[in-house]
Structure formats: C-alpha cells, structure tokens
Write a protein that binds this ligand. Structure first.
Ligand code: DGJ
Length: 731
C-alpha cells in the first residue's frame, strides 16, 4: 500500500516536472493575448484568449483548460486543444479529420517546435509545428498578430509523408474557445439585392452552422463574417465582442458549438461539403486565413480595428486613392453605341468624376450581347456597337478628359457563345444530366490550368492593348451550377477547392502584371466580399440594390467588417421618392460613384451633384481613410447617422439621415465621436441644393470636441427622407 502511494506521488511529481517544462506561446496584440500551452502529454491547448494579461508569472501558470494530471494520477487529455483531430478524446466537432493509408481515421497531434518571426515592429508571425506520433502527418499553425490594430489572422498547413495519398475531410483554418455565461451571434444573411441582412440569436447547447455551397463566391445567402457578443448582445460601444471573418472566395463554414459545460467552440474554414481532399505525399494543403479580433468596447471599436488593419495590410492598394466614376449600367443596360458612350463620357467630365465605367454589353459578334443570354466568353467588342473597339473608347474618354474603366466577367460562359461551341468541356457541367442555369450562364472550370490561362489571357489582352485603361469591374454573376468538372474526372471532390485556387491564380497573375489598375470585385451585387479576394481587388460592389433607404442598412452592415474605401456605392434612379440629394448623401459616405444619366436630372440637381463631387474630392481622404463611427443605428428607430474623422482629428464629416420620422417624435442630439475634446471645430453644412440655406442650428458656429461628443448636434429633422452632410474643421 505504502509502495503504491509512493509510486503515485512519483507519477504526480514526474508530471509536475514535465509540467515545469510546458511550453507557453503567446500570440499578442497591444490589447489581446491568445495564450497557447502544451500539456504534460505534449499536446497543445488554448489556455487563455482575452484582454491582455499583465503578469508573466501568471501567464506561465495558466492551467484551467489544459489537460493535466488528475488526483488519481491519470492524465485526462481533454481540454481546449488548439487543433483537435477526429478520433481523439474530445467528443465534440474536431478541426481536423484524416484517413491514413491503413484506413485508420484517428490522429493525435503533438507539439514539436515553434518560432516567432518579427515581420516588422508591429507584426509578428508565430509558427507552431505539430506532428502525429504514429503517422508521418504534420500540421503547422500560423498566427500573424498586428499589435496596433488588435487583429490576429491564422491559417494552417497540413502535410504528410505516407506512402500513398491520404484523404482529409476536415481542415479548419482555426478553432477558438470561449467561456462566458451567454453567447449572442450576429449573423448576416440575404440574397441578390438584399445583401448582408442582420439577425441575432442566442447560442445554446448544440451546433449552429453558417455555410455556403455557391462554389464561385462566398456569399449570397450567408456571409463570410460574424460577431459574437460574449455575455450580452452585441452593442456598438460597449461589451466584449468576438468578430471573425474568413478569407475565401468560395464555400466556407463557421461552426459554433456550445458544449456540455456551456463553453463555446468556434471552428472556421473552407466548407468541407463534397470536398474530401486527397493529399499527395509532401503536398502542402494550406487553409484560408481566418481573421479575428476581440473588442472590449463593443463592435464599433472592432470595426475600426478591422478597417485600419485592412487599409494597412490586406486590401489591395489599401493606402491609395480611389477613382470616382460614372457607370452606365442602370440607365442603358447593354443598349448603347460609341456615340451614346461618348455622351456619357462628357457627362462624367461635367460631373467632375474621375472616370467613365462601361458596364456589361460591349462584346460578342457572332452572338452580340444585347441581353444576358449570350456572348459571355467572346471578348471581342461588338462591331455594330463599337466600330473602333475598346481602343476607340479609351481614346474618346481621353479626349473627354476622363479615365476609362471596363466591365468583364472572365470566369463565365454562355452556352450561346463561340467559346462554348469551341470548348464545351471548359464549362463546369454534368455530362449525364440535364443542365440548369443561373442567369443563363455556366461557370468556367478554373480547376483546369488551361482554362486559367484562357481567363487570364482575356484580361491580359484587354489591358495590354489598352495601357490607359484605369479600372476593371470584375463580375461573377453565377454560383457554380451542375457541379462537375470535365477536367478533374474521378476527382470531383477537389472541384470546389481547386476552382477557387484557380481563380486566385488568375487574379494574382492579373494584379502582378497590372498593379496600377483598380479592380472592383462584383458578384451579381455583393456576393463577393471576403478578405482573400480583397488582396487583389481594391473595392467591392455592395449591392445592385441602390435604393438609398435599403442601402443605409446594407452599408451599415458591410461597414462592420470592411473599410469604407472598399465599399462602392453609386447614386442611381432607384427609389425616386428619395431626392437626388438623399441618394447622393447615402452614396457619398462610401466609395462614391454615379450610375445615372445627367439627363434624368434637372439643372439644380445637376449642379448639386457637381458640387457634391467637388465636396467629395475635397474630403475624400477623411471619408476613405479616416476613422469611421456608426453613431445612430437605422435598426434603433427612424434615423441614422455615421461620421468619419481624419487621422489628425482636424477634419470630420458627419452624415445624418431621417428615414421615417414620426409625428411629434422627440429628437435627441447626435453625440459625435472620435474628435479631440480640446480642439474647437467649425460646423458647416455642405451638400445643400442650389439656393437652399442650412437650417441646422449649429451651422457656422464653433464648438469644442468635448461639447460635440458630450452634448452633440441637433441634426435630425421631422422630414421624411431628409439628409445632411456636415463638415467639421478644427480652427
Ligand atoms: C451584376 C452587377 O452587380 C451589375 O452591377 C451589373 O454589372 C450586371 N451584373 C451586368 O451584367
């Protein structure tokens, strides 16, 4: 008996010994620590994720969620394992699942080593190597932390050296754990012209999944981002919030699982649906990046952190300027000719925007593109519409004094096209079932390198023949239909993943060769909006729904995750009940453009728009690069307001909108944010209709930042669809 207890003590002591050598890895920003720690068994666990901890000794001693010896001397390996694999002791959803050559479906990943690379004074990359002890399988976890912006992005590499290929059926980018009395999920769902609609639900025991199976884009019915209020519902300016988004322009999946002890597990990655991936020996499977932040002061702070991070590190040309534009789609559709376009270019010049953007309908000769049922794939200008081709248009734009931009959709084909007649096997399409269509088109099979070359070649030809072309609107109007790749043959399970990788190959080649061209990511409205895509695209089109009232909600929601300069918004003729001023004021809070002919406006409206463009040009750096504050939510009542504050806090722009004021409603002053309390700001209402004078009580007066943030401005009105743009200048 005595011997048994001595043995027991020895076991505990030996574990304590091992435990003394446990490895602690800290992934930190200026505000947040993610602490990972190995257990005595050598596997790695999430020990802490939250507000920065002050005491190093306490960080080293963290043990709560780590597998450790229990009182009977046994070691329970259950805990918050960082990358749990299927077949091990955890009973919940794993991050990783593999079938080895011998048919075994389990994996235990042990910590091997780690290194921390200082990318620069603000950015660190932590690389952690794990390996199975029974099979030659390696998993490498990458964490890139951005100190000042309080953002972490993480991705995983999977590799093996078994004799034959293995199958991986789960390959998350990341898994994170939370312990909180309650979890409130903000998810964003929608459809064409109903993008990113917010809904909230409390997460209770069990799983909630958000995923898509659209193939060629991430979004439409569900969006690749979410927010979780930890302990209470997500609020703008207070409370702890976890915000995550996946950089993958294809099928994604977020799994939120509340377990038996009310802890939350969040798994993010590619949607493994129909995508068990066969990995060859020594081939590396790299997952997409999962980007996340924790805010301790509500979601407004998280948005500003994401915006700053995206501008500084992720978004194509994140620090650069953006071109204002006039687009013809809403007014002409595909019905135009060179002469009509010449008039549009002159209108663009008159408006004062930088560029004219020619939309869909300029190509196809055997099947000229007069509707959306033909010509995709035949990228030759239609002779009867454009006898002098794209070159003629670029020249015409130059003569009119504006830049020229062009719409393309190089990942698609219409069955009624010369391309399809020549290469029917380049389209994703089932050989043995009736074909069904989304918008009368098919998705080209970008898992096929030959098709990638073709797709790149289309854009390369246009850009090399037209070196002055300044901008592309790159559309993707169809999800993948009839899911079958003639190229992949018996490896259909690779299609969803290899197609997206093929798309990146194409767009990367384009942006590498033509880095100066601004490219809009468009997908039948706002169905492409993810942070991997935005490495190659300088902005995205939020929605074909340009009704300014609907847009206030859509823009409010996209701004939760994406910087203002990446969100394109145009003035159109949707909702004529709203004045041109209201429509303009709504578009002007984002990356600004027009998609309406001046002919649809009277002289005052034209003058107003010209002045609005001049105001925008003057305030562009504040609107596009400033800190963005959502002040009054459209979900909270009948009004909404946002503001942009320039980096030096010398300039700010406030936008206010009365959507649906009620009779005898009491208005509250709008309390501003982000100003310097000690500075004095002159208030000036701009964007007034010709002849109108401001009726804002504070107009042309000077107030301290302190006053404006504590007392505020009385800018809301009783007039339905009224709006104000207010410029603040420090004196
Ligand atoms: C969908 C886009 O969202 C629209 O703006 C327009 O470019 C059409 N495609 C053209 O087909």
């Amino acid at each position: 008996m005595k011997n048994v207890s001595i043995l027991f003590l020895l076991i505990i002591a030996s574990f304590m010994n091992v435990s003394a050598q446990q490895t602690v890895i800290k992934v930190s920003t200026n505000e947040t620590d993610l602490v990972l720690k190995t257990s005595p068994l050598g596997r790695i666990y999430q020990a802490y994720f939250g507000e920065k901890l002050l005491n190093e000794s306490e960080i080293q001693a963290l043990s709560h969620f780590i597998a450790r010896p229990s009182s009977d001397g046994s070691v329970t390996p259950r805990g918050w394992e960082v990358y749990p694999a299927s077949g091990n002791e955890d009973y919940f959803e794993p991050a990783f699942a593999i079938q080895h050559n011998d048919g075994n479906m389990t994996s235990y990943l042990y910590y091997k080593s780690h290194e921390v690379k200082n990318i620069d004074s603000n950015v660190k990359e932590t690389i952690i190597r794990l390996a199975d002890d029974k099979y030659p399988v390696e998993v490498t976890l990458h964490y890139m932390s951005f100190a000042k912006e309080n953002i972490i992005k993480t991705w995983t590499e999977i590799k093996h050296n078994e004799k034959k290929p293995v199958n991986i059926s789960k390959y998350a980018s990341a898994m994170l754990y939370f312990e909180s009395p309650a979890y409130y999920l903000n998810e964003y769902s929608g459809d064409w012209s109903k993008e990113a609609q917010l809904s909230t639900q409390e997460l209770k025991f069990g799983k909630k999944m958000i995923d898509t199976k659209l193939g060629s884009r991430a979004a439409m019915h569900a969006y690749p981002f979410f927010q979780i209020g930890l302990g209470e519902e997500v609020k703008e300016d207070k409370g702890k919030v976890f915000v995550g988004t996946i950089g993958w322009t294809g099928n994604f999946r977020f799994t939120f699982e509340v377990d038996n002890v009310n802890n939350l597990r969040v798994i993010s990655g590619i949607n493994p649906y129909a995508s068990t991936y066969e990995l060859k020996p020594n081939e590396i499977f790299t997952t997409p990046e999962f980007i996340f932040t924790l805010s301790y002061n509500g979601v407004g702070k998280a948005s500003r952190d994401l915006h700053a991070w995206a501008r500084n590190y992720q978004l194509k040309d994140g620090k650069g300027d953006r071109l204002t534009l006039l687009n013809n789609w809403e007014a002409t559709g595909p019905n135009f000719n060179e002469e009509i376009l010449g008039e549009w270019m002159h209108e663009a010049k008159k408006l004062g925007v930088d560029m004219f953007l020619l939309d869909d309908g300029w190509f196809g000769n055997k099947y000229p593109r007069f509707d959306d049922k033909r010509a995709l794939g035949d990228w030759e200008p239609t002779r009867e519409k454009l006898p002098n081709g794209v070159q003629g248009l670029v020249k015409k734009a130059k003569e009119a004094g504006v830049k020229f931009g062009l719409w393309v959709e190089p990942e698609m084909v219409n069955p009624k096209s010369e391309l399809f007649e020549k290469h029917p096997d380049w389209a994703i399409k089932l050989p043995n079932r009736e074909t069904y269509y989304y918008r009368s088109q098919l998705v080209l099979d970008l898992s096929n390198p030959q098709v990638q070359d073709y797709s790149f070649g289309v854009v390369d030809k246009i850009l090399s023949e037209n070196p002055d072309l300044a901008y592309l609107k790159w559309d993707c109007n169809s999800p993948i239909t009839n899911i079958y790749s003639p190229y992949l043959k018996e490896k259909q399970n690779h299609l969803y993943i290899d197609h997206v990788r093929g798309f990146y190959n194409v767009i990367k080649r384009v942006t590498d060769k033509y880095p100066h061209v601004e490219i809009m990511m468009c997908s039948g409205g706002g169905a492409r909006c993810d942070y991997e895509g935005l490495k190659y695209f300088s902005e995205f089109w939020c929605s074909d729904n340009t009704d300014p009232v609907d847009r206030l909600y859509i823009q409010w929601n996209f701004s939760q995750f994406f910087p203002i300069k990446a969100m394109a918004a145009h003035v159109t003729s949707w909702n004529k009940a709203a004045s041109i001023k209201f429509r303009t004021d709504v578009a002007m809070m984002c990356k600004f453009g027009f998609d309406i002919s001046l002919k649809e406006m009277n002289a005052d409206e034209q003058k107003f728009c010209t002045e609005a463009v001049a105001n925008y040009n003057r305030l562009k750096r504040v609107i596009l690069d400033g800190n963005f504050f959502r002040l009054v939510s459209p979900y909270d009542g009948n009004h909404t307001s946002v503001m942009h504050v320039g980096e030096s806090k010398d300039k700010a722009v406030l936008f206010t909108y009365d959507i649906n004021p009620l009779y005898k409603e009491k208005y509250y002053p709008i309390k501003l944010q982000g100003l310097d309390p000690m500075k004095k700001y002159r208030i000036r209402e701009i964007n007034l209709m010709p002849g109108a004078t401001s009726r804002l009580a504070e107009n042309d007066k000077v107030y301290s930042g302190d006053y404006l943030m504590k007392i505020g401005i009385d800018a809301f009105t009783a007039t339905r669809l009224n709006s104000r743009v207010i410029e603040l200048t420090a004196e």
